[in-house]
Design a protein around this ligand. Structure first.
Ligand code: DP6
Length: 354
């Protein structure tokens, strides 16, 4: 096949982020606006990431999206919202400067590859939409900042807005009805706390039973615990978490991370019908972290779980032997282990933690 003469192309990667204060609940499903603010740590680019190439050409028949080699539906409201917003920004550039090629009128072709299991509670939609938005923004040469792009990525998937930044990232829920103040911002760059590590225990690489989107709306509609989480619990934790990060206070960071994961999963259990994301292996991982902390006499490890059974354990590099070493010893060989920031991915079988 010959290359079309009007082909334009840009490629980028976006990493996964794992929330330590969880986003769970929408106040607007149309604009994908959250009920509460959230905060996450972005894993390093060398680990779990989506690589995306965005192309446009008059020779393409229609917009298309290929994820890990399989054709995805682009007609969905979320993908459409991202395409529409990015095209509008590009049109504004084209209207101002007649010499600019009319890229906004060309069909888009998006090709994405994840280097980790899709939809297994490993934040694949976060890296996916962040990479999609940034690749198109680069293709269109938009002068948009990561914060501006976060407003668009949020409409693809809420957690995606946080993957446009590295390091420690907050997503401010905002109060405006049109969502213009529901944006992500950097709390601290990765270089602020370079010894922070994330160990990812892959309990299951299977697609999760209840999607985040469906699960969180069921929680909003039925959980009696949820309003308290949104009104009191999360706002206080956001402030304390930002302070703990600024002060590199690992014990407080760990305490808040574990409490918030438990609060989120308690709300899931309090949903009708109840949502179970954790399984026996997840619970064994919790007990293992509790055991490591009890032995150390302080919090040196923090577990957290998204909408799936996989466990992410945060720790400081100074405790590598006590935390990652412990899991490595129990689990035997640890695939993909490179000791880099967020670089340890350990597959766990049923019962391996005993
Ligand atoms: C448990 O961002 O996947 O991972 O906005 O509906 O796409 P949508 O939801 P999504 O939800 C993520 C939920 C979470 C917590 C978090 O990442 O903050």
């Amino acid at each position: 096949m010959s290359t079309p003469t009007d082909l334009h192309r840009a490629s980028t990667t976006a990493p996964v982020n794992i929330a330590v204060i969880k986003y769970w609940g929408k106040r607007s499903t149309t604009l994908n606006l959250p009920t509460n603010s959230s905060l996450s740590v972005t894993l390093s680019q060398s680990d779990l990431r989506t690589h995306t190439t965005a192309s446009c050409s008059h020779s393409f028949n229609s917009d298309s999206l290929l994820l890990n080699g399989s054709v995805q539906d682009v007609a969905g409201a979320r993908t459409q919202a991202c395409f529409r917003e990015l095209r509008a920004l590009r049109s504004a550039i084209e209207e101002k400067d007649a010499a600019e090629p009319k890229l906004s009128a060309m069909p888009l072709q998006i090709v994405s590859e994840n280097n980790f299991p899709t939809a297994a509670g490993l934040a694949s939609s976060a890296a996916g939409f962040a990479a999609l938005v940034r690749a198109i923004a680069d293709l269109y040469r938009l002068p948009a900042s990561p914060t501006e792009l976060s407003r668009i990525a949020r409409q693809g998937s809420g957690s995606a807005c946080r993957s446009l930044f590295g390091g420690f990232v907050a997503w401010e829920a905002g109060v405006e009805e049109d969502g213009r103040d529901s944006l992500a911002y950097e709390v601290a760059p990765a270089s602020h706390w370079p010894s922070m590590r994330a160990l990812i225990l892959v309990v299951s690489a299977e697609k999760k039973g209840v999607s985040s989107t469906t699960g969180m709306q069921a929680t909003v509609a039925t959980s009696a615990l949820f309003p308290m989480r949104v009104k009191d619990v999360v706002p206080q934790r956001m402030k304390r978490m930002e302070k703990a990060i600024h002060e590199k206070d690992f014990a407080t960071f760990a305490d808040l991370t574990m409490r918030d994961s438990n609060s989120f999963h308690a709300c899931c259990l309090d949903t009708t019908p109840p949502i179970f994301y954790l399984n026996d292996v997840s619970r064994a991982a919790i007990r293992a972290v509790e055991g490591i902390n009890a032995k150390a006499g302080k919090e040196i490890a923090a577990y957290t779980f998204d909408a799936g059974p996989n466990c992410v354990v945060y720790y400081d590099e100074e405790n590598e032997a006590l935390v990652a070493g412990w899991f490595k010893a129990v689990l035997g060989s640890v695939e993909g282990w490179d000791g880099a920031r967020g670089g340890a991915v350990a597959p766990m079988g049923e019962g391996e933690l005993g």
